[in-house]
Design a protein around this ligand. Structure first.
Ligand code: NDP
Length: 305
């Protein structure tokens, strides 16, 4: 078995890896950093515990219409853990019997663990973001004003995390009003919901507090020519900016925020910590996220040079 190869549903049907298998599934999946960082962490674990020598983390490209069948095969072949990425995170929710409370609140799962009664679903994105912000910006969400850009899956995880960490207020700006409204109505039962302030018109940004944390949870920044997700004139240097996009490592938003004098960080820390928490769920061991960070940063730096 080759942990660098991209496997398919056909490969899964004849899967015969004798060890404990983990995998990330999505489409596209070829450029996922998860196999590199998870296998680096497994190698580290195996130095002190022989059990982990036969653990390995693979990647599978699975079409959305094949997700249900694929999950049955992953279960049958006893994959202990799965990470789900685009476009499976929401769809998988309907295929699971047991789902953690935070994943239910977010409305998406990114981590599954094999249990005797089926896969159990979790969502580690909010935790990953919160750790990425704490370590990258040197401040936490608690009692801070937050401005979230976007209303997709990652933004929902961000809002639920901000609610659970008791942010002072949570402003949300999204391109399409329908998606923002749908997100708001699905979160309306959550504790602290009244601290959410939807930004209906860009002019409302003129009323931003003096300082806070701005989180980009849109996909703007993934491509070099993308426009900025926010007019920087609305921010002061006292704002900190966290861009969930991690490739490129220096997004335009990051560059402009730095120019303005803001603390700023892109999303590699979030990626690493959501992965580290997933590995903790599967292994029940404390994971050293530094190893995962170094492994993925090496790949990104090589790609950039
Ligand atoms: P979704 O597709 O669910 O949501 C995309 C969001 O981006 C929507 O709010 C959408 O707005 C907005 N958007 C897309 N194009 C534009 C545009 N041209 N102008 C303005 N807004 C736009 O994606 P996810 O929520 O899953 O992911 C969002 C981002 O977060 C991605 O860049 C992803 O890579 C990153 N991410 C990073 C993680 C990490 O570990 N660092 C983990 C998860 C995600 P609309 O509703 O109007 O379409």
């Amino acid at each position: 078995m080759n942990t660098e190869k991209t496997y398919t549903l056909a490969d899964l049907k004849v899967w015969d890896y004798p060890g404990t298998a983990l995998a990330v599934i999505g489409k596209p999946i070829k450029h996922s950093l998860s196999p590199i960082m998870q296998n680096a962490a497994l190698e580290q674990l195996s130095l002190n515990d022989n059990r982990f020598k036969e653990w390995a983390y693979f990647r599978f490209e699975i079409d959305p219409e094949d997700l249900s069948e694929a999950l049955e095969f992953f279960y049958q072949k006893r994959f202990l853990g799965l990470n789900l990425t685009v476009p499976h995170k929401v769809m998988a929710l309907g295929l699971l019997k047991t789902i953690s409370n935070s994943a239910k609140a977010i409305g998406a799962v990114n981590t599954l663990k094999w249990t005797a009664s089926g896969y159990e679903g979790f969502n580690t994105d909010g935790y990953g973001m919160s750790k990425g912000i704490e370590q990258g910006l040197g401040k936490g969400l608690n009692e801070n004003h937050v401005l979230i850009l976007g209303a997709g899956g990652a933004a929902r995880a961000a809002v639920v995390e901000c609610l659970s960490q008791k942010a002072a207020s949570i402003r949300i700006l999204n391109r399409s009003k329908d998606r923002l409204d749908a997100m708001l109505s699905s979160l309306s039962e959550l504790k602290g919901y009244e601290s959410i302030i939807p930004i209906e018109a860009k002019e409302d940004l003129a009323d931003l507090p003096e300082m806070g944390i701005c989180i980009n949870a849109t996909s703007l920044g993934l491509n070099q020519n993308d426009p900025l997700p926010l007019d920087m004139a609305f921010l002061t240097p006292q704002w900190a900016v966290y861009d969930m996009v991690y490739n490129p490592q220096k997004t335009q938003l990051f560059i402009e925020a730095k120019k303005l004098g803001c603390a700023a960080k892109t999303g590699l820390g979030m990626l690493v910590h959501q992965g580290a928490q997933a590995l903790e769920i599967w292994t029940e061991q404390k994971i050293d996220a530094h190893i995962m960070h170094n492994a993925s940063e090496n790949i990104l730096s090589n790609q950039a040079s």
